[in-house]
Design a binder for this molecule. Structure first.
Ligand SMILES: CC(=O)SCCNC(=O)CCNC(=O)[C@H](O)C(C)(C)COP(=O)(O)OP(=O)(O)OC[C@H]1O[C@@H](n2cnc3c(N)ncnc32)[C@H](O)[C@@H]1OP(=O)(O)O
Ligand SMILES: O=C([O-])CC(=O)C(=O)O
Length: 371
């Protein structure tokens, strides 16, 4: 038995939800470029969960269900107020709050397909409210209640700022949600599947996945990219900063990918949005710096940017706090995690690989007073 480090290249599950073949990403067979240009996030949620696009009535029903379940229990809000809130990372707060939500759901342990689908709706509906409520409470602001009649994207931005977003902001945010919704067997989705393959409940599955997404090698990279841009500060400093990092063999956040070789197909959409939104704000420097970083890293290391690289300047341009970037990734990826959890339940087998043992050979126990 020989271990494959990081399980690279191992096929660990079958799925009908999304695929990456020859650097092309599809959700249920629909190309990501097509969806990014045309689909609403709610349509993508339906597509991932039902493995087909909704009719107009089905989409209206899903939107209505998401609106109906968007409120969160007062207990979750009160709980936020008990933390040392200025020291808590929003991903840690989200991880705890989603687990806490499970305690308010008297059907949390009901594993019937009907109740699992209801939990899917509840979780997708509430996660946006949880993230935005936390983002406000830690600044001493009251949470803004979800508003019916808005799209999922617009409602998120509304609950975050208290104001309905301009069309261009809603459009950009919707596209970002579509682009982040699913990605085959990435680390957090795999985590969710491993968790629920023990027949644990959906709250446990998404809570585990949040923990996996949080790390800077995965979803946490978008915040790390913005921290890097802020640290560099201006365009002239890009070249020495990046070259020094590369010379020291340090990683540049937002570059590289386990699966893509020629490039992440989502990055070009985010690059385009970053260019447009930074220009609109008169803050082109974030885009210009990002472009310069891309040309150096691609030139030196042949490493293209991934989804996290340009999303940083997009979210910054939408006036979003930098540590809310990864929770936004989670809000979108809930749709993918839930789709994979439902698929795992449908055809379950415990996920339990083996390890290659590389420790000492058989040893004899030595009593403590003889060690
Ligand atoms: C949504 C997402 O999760 S997308 C990924 C988000 N994460 C990041 O952006 C963090 C930066 N990137 C990375 O750390 C990696 O590219 C990962 C984690 C995404 C992929 O990791 P792996 O497939 O394990 O690749 P690995 O880390 O082994 O890299 C292979 C080689 O490329 C180099 N490399 C990979 N990514 C980078 C990077 N961002 N900057 C500099 N060098 C890099 C490695 O140092 C290594 O070089 P070596 O062969 O000379 O030692
Ligand atoms: O697939 C991966 O390894 C990481 C990624 O890009 C994602 O989860 O969107």
């Amino acid at each position: 038995m020989t271990a494959t480090k990081g399980l690279e290249g191992i096929i660990a599950a079958q799925t009908q939800i999304s695929s990456i073949i020859d650097d092309t990403l599809t959700y249920v067979g629909y190309g990501i470029d097509d969806l990014a240009e045309n689909a609403s996030f709610e349509e993508v949620v339906y597509l991932l969960w039902h493995k087909r696009l909704p009719s107009a009535d089905e989409l209206a029903e899903l939107k209505q269900q998401l609106e109906e379940h968007a409120e969160i229990p007062q207990g979750v809000i009160d709980h936020f107020k008990t933390y040392p809130i200025d020291k808590v990372h929003p991903m840690a707060a989200l991880r705890t709050a989603i687990s806490l939500l499970g305690l308010y759901d008297d059907k949390a342990e009901d594993m019937s397909p009907e109740e699992n689908y209801k939990k899917a709706i509840k979780l997708q509906a509430k996660v946006a409210t949880v993230v935005t409520a936390f983002a406000r409470i830690r600044k001493g602001q009251e949470p803004v209640a979800p508003k019916k009649g808005l799209s999922y994207a617009a409602n998120f931005l509304y609950m975050l700022s208290g104001e309905e977003p301009a069309d261009i902001a809603e459009e950009a945010f919707n596209k970002a949600l579509v682009l982040h919704a699913d990605h085959e067997l990435n680390a957090s989705t795999f985590t969710a599947r491993v968790c629920v393959a023990t027949l644990s409940d959906m709250y446990s599955g998404v809570t585990a996945a949040i923990g996996a997404l949080k790390g800077p090698l995965h979803g946490g990279a978008n915040e790390a990219v913005m921290n890097m841009l802020m640290e560099i500060g201006d365009e002239e400093k890009v070249e020495p900063y990046i070259r020094e990092k590369l010379a020291n063999k340090e990683k540049i956040m937002g570059f590289g990918h386990r699966v893509y070789r020629k490039g992440d197909p989502r990055a070009k959409h985010l690059r385009e949005m970053s260019k447009k939104l930074t220009a609109l704000r008169g803050e082109e420097k974030w885009y210009n710096m990002s472009e310069k970083i891309e040309s150096i890293v691609t030139g030196e290391k042949n490493l293209p940017p991934n989804v996290d690289f340009y999303s940083a300047s997009v979210y910054h341009s939408l006036d979003i706090d930098h540590d809310i970037f990864t929770p936004i990734f989670a809000v979108s990826r809930f749709s993918g995690w839930i789709a994979h959890i439902l698929e795992q339940y449908e055809n379950n087998r415990l996920i339990r690989p083996r390890a290659e043992y590389v420790g000492p050979g058989m040893q004899k126990y030595v009593p403590i007073n003889e060690r």
